[in-house]
Design a protein around this ligand. Structure first.
Ligand code: FES
Ligand code: FE2
Length: 376
């Protein structure tokens, strides 16, 4: 008989200190039931980034996204309020807004033409005369929580969730001095990777362990021995002093400043900062074996005169990403091997992964417990 989900979860000891800890076991990365459980207990309950504040500054501007399998839309109202809704028409469930982002005066469903106001209220339904016991005021778009922090728009599907600032905790204070709200969005890159989303996060959170081996260019600008790893609340900050490099001119020219700052916020958002530079990485599970990673690049100066430099900087990021991609796919294949169960962690380097695995285990185990209580 196949091993049960509670058995899979019990195979990870979240109480072990870092020096004795193992990674979460291989089935967590390859069993579709764990991916389903993550959708219910992690992605449906945590704050998820869905767009940028600059996309929803003006009245009627909106962004759409998919969170834990749910279509959602966030829109700026006539009253200046930012509101989130399930992007699901109350008539026959079509997606009301079909573009990734845009601006509209009314939310118009393309299927049978129902119209909703920017506040989600149902305004009009063609050819609905004679329909009895239908209350228009009860058929607005279903709301969900939406908030912003720095340059980013977040939603949370859980009506009982804590506010965004409380969820982010100490991250708010640590990011504030970097002045990222003064940066400007430049461009995005999307990567579809044949690995579980957690493989990509693990790779990010190994405290620079893989950098000297896999990223020779990046390694040339980091003082690897001085790399620090701090865990707090639901985030990990990995940071390194920068050194001048003549080994790799493109990296040296585009990765500047005294320090590199690499923030990871549970579960799936990374924010990377150098002087005058930020990129965010949003890791979205597609299925148990695939994820999509969206990179958004921001710069202090996005004027035309700076375009070539900014493009070179994005290209440096893309090269690092390509180096990571092949390894992540190899790891996913290895996780399915009968030769692998779980691995040990470097106490010097891999504290971030340890935090990630413990937070995840906490959410998954609590979710199974809640389901059990509900069933009993
Ligand atoms: S599904 Fe939207 S109008 Fe029919
Ligand atoms: Fe990497």
């Amino acid at each position: 008989m196949a091993i049960s989900v509670p058995e899979i979860l019990a195979a990870y000891d979240h109480t072990a200190p870092l020096s004795e800890a193992s990674t979460i076991p291989a089935p967590w990365y390859v069993d579709a039931r764990i991916a389903d459980l993550e959708n219910q207990t992690v992605f449906s309950k945590t704050w998820q980034m869905v767009g940028r504040v600059d996309q929803v500054e003006k009245t009627g501007q909106f962004v759409t996204a998919n969170v834990a399998g749910e279509p959602i839309v966030v829109v700026r109202g006539n009253d200046g309020m930012l509101r989130g809704f399930y992007n699901v028409c109350r008539h026959h469930a079509a997606a009301v807004m079909t573009e990734p982002c845009g601006q509209a005066s009314i939310l118009h469903c393309p299927y049978h033409g129902w119209n909703y106001g920017l506040d989600g209220s149902l305004k009009g339904m063609p050819e609905f005369e004679g329909v009895k016991n239908f209350k228009r005021e009860e058929n607005g778009l279903v709301p969900l929580k939406a908030e912003t922090w720095e340059k980013f728009v977040f939603v949370n599907l859980d009506p009982a969730s804590v506010p965004l600032a409380e969820f982010l905790g100490g991250l708010v204070k640590r990011v504030a001095p970097l002045g990222v709200s003064k940066l400007h969005y430049f461009d995005s890159r999307t990567y579809d990777i044949a690995c579980n989303w957690k493989v990509f996060i693990d790779n990010y959170l190994d405290g620079g362990y893989h950098v000297p081996h896999l990223h020779k260019g990046l390694n040339s600008v980091l003082d690897y021995k001085q790399y620090t790893i701090e865990n707090e609340d639901r985030f990990c900050l990995q940071s390194s002093p920068m050194v001048a490099s003549d080994e790799d001119t493109a990296t040296g020219a585009t990765r500047k400043g005294d320090r590199a700052w690499y923030f990871w916020q549970y579960p799936n958002l990374m924010i990377n900062c150098y002087e005058g530079y930020m990129d965010t990485n949003l890791v979205l599970p597609i299925d148990v074996d695939h994820c999509r990673v969206i990179f958004d690049f921001y710069f202090a100066d996005v004027s035309d005169g700076r375009r070539a430099y900014n493009e070179q900087s994005v290209a440096v990021g893309a090269r690092v990403q390509d180096e990571d991609l092949g390894i992540c796919e190899a790891v996913q294949r290895g996780l399915k091997s009968r030769a692998y169960g779980a691995g040990r962690l470097s106490a010097r380097r891999e504290a971030g992964e340890h935090l990630f695995h413990r937070l995840l285990a906490g959410d998954l185990k609590a979710g199974v417990q809640r389901a059990k209580v509900a069933a009993d």
